[in-house]
Each structure stands twice: as structure tokens, then as C-alpha cells.
Design a protein around this ligand. Structure first.
Ligand code: CTP
Ligand code: ZN
Length: 153
């Protein structure tokens, strides 16, 4: 084995989320709604040295691609992440996440009176503001621990 740094195998098909801020890998899985019951192959490495980030996490999900909403929310907790689409072992597309102006779905509003928490089928929507994310319906701002507001489906 010449590559002494290889920690997890390459994957044949799927998505590699690289350059995730150190320690955020489990929150990435929450955003993707992955809890193990899907029987997807998932590999994670946490807090490995990175030239760019100091420490980074990597999440590899086999046979799965990400939706735009998932990438948008991901950008909030892992602003430097790169999304690599793998087809037959090759990286066929590499994109950096970009912070959008608004994110829809995935996050839930902490205000119990918010219309998004009622019985109406209203998808959540938050705009990115200086001190956090702001509910587009009721104005509640989530300032920290965004990961606690990921809608577990
Ligand atoms: N990868 C993988 N399986 C493959 C191909 C790539 O798991 N079949 C992983 C690599 O281990 C790496 C990421 O996907 O974590 C990106 O691969 P690559 O672009 O080859 O690596 P780098 O050039 O180091 O990426 P970057 O320039 O984005 O740092
Ligand atoms: Zn709200």
C-alpha cells in the first residue's frame, strides 16, 4: 500500500462531500436525512488534517445525489464544502457550495405558532441574514445551532 494517507475507500458511484468544516459530518447526514435505515453505503471521516481548513470532515454517500435544497442548507454549516459526483470511480462533476439568499425545506421554524408548523402543507423558507437565518413567514431568527433545527423526516 503506497498511499499511507488513504482512510476510506474510493466509491464507485455516488457523492463525496469534501472540505466539510471539522466536526460537521453528522450534521451533514442529518441534512441529507440519512440515519442508516436507507441501507446506502456511507463513509465518514472526521477531523482529518486539511491544508485549507486545518481540520475537515468528508462524507461519502454511495448511489445518491443531493437536491439543491440539501446543498443550500449544507452551505450554511459547511461553507467551504465541495460536492463531487462520482460515476464509475471518476469525479465527473466538482462544485463548490454557494450560499444562497434563501433556503427552502429541511430546516424547521422554532416558533410553534408559525404557519409552517400548522396543518397547512407550507414548506419552510428562511432568508440568510447577518446574524443567522430568518423565517420568511414569521420573522423568527435562528441564530445558532442550526443543526438543532433540521427537520428529521
Ligand atoms: N473520491 C472517492 N471516490 C472516487 C473518487 C474520488 O471517494 N472514486 C473522493 C476523494 O477521496 C476526494 C474527493 O472524492 O476526497 C475528491 O476527489 P479528487 O477530486 O480526486 O481529489 P482532490 O483533487 O484532492 O480534490 P480537491 O481538489 O477538491 O481537494
Ligand atoms: Zn416561522
Amino acid at each position: 500500500m503506497s498511499d499511507r494517507k488513504l482512510r476510506v475507500s474510493k466509491i464507485r458511484n455516488g457523492t463525496v462531500i469534501d472540505h466539510v468544516s471539522g466536526g460537521q459530518a453528522l450534521n451533514v447526514l442529518s441534512i441529507l436525512g440519512i440515519d442508516g435505515s436507507e441501507e446506502l453505503g456511507v463513509s465518514i471521516v472526521m477531523n482529518v488534517p486539511s491544508a485549507q481548513l486545518g481540520k475537515k470532515d468528508v462524507v461519502k454517500v454511495e448511489d445518491r445525489e443531493l437536491s439543491q435544497s440539501e446543498v443550500d442548507v449544507l452551505s450554511l454549516i459547511a461553507p467551504e464544502a465541495t460536492i463531487n459526483i462520482i460515476r464509475d470511480y471518476d469525479v465527473t462533476r466538482k462544485t463548490r457550495v454557494e450560499q444562497p439568499e434563501t433556503v427552502t425545506g429541511i430546516l424547521s421554524c422554532p416558533n410553534p405558532g408559525c404557519i409552517t408548523n400548522g396543518n397547512e402543507p407550507v414548506e419552510t423558507s428562511f432568508s440568510i441574514v447577518a446574524d443567522g437565518v430568518r423565517c420568511s413567514y414569521c420573522g423568527t431568527i435562528i441564530r445558532d445551532s442550526l443543526a438543532d433545527h433540521i427537520d428529521a423526516e
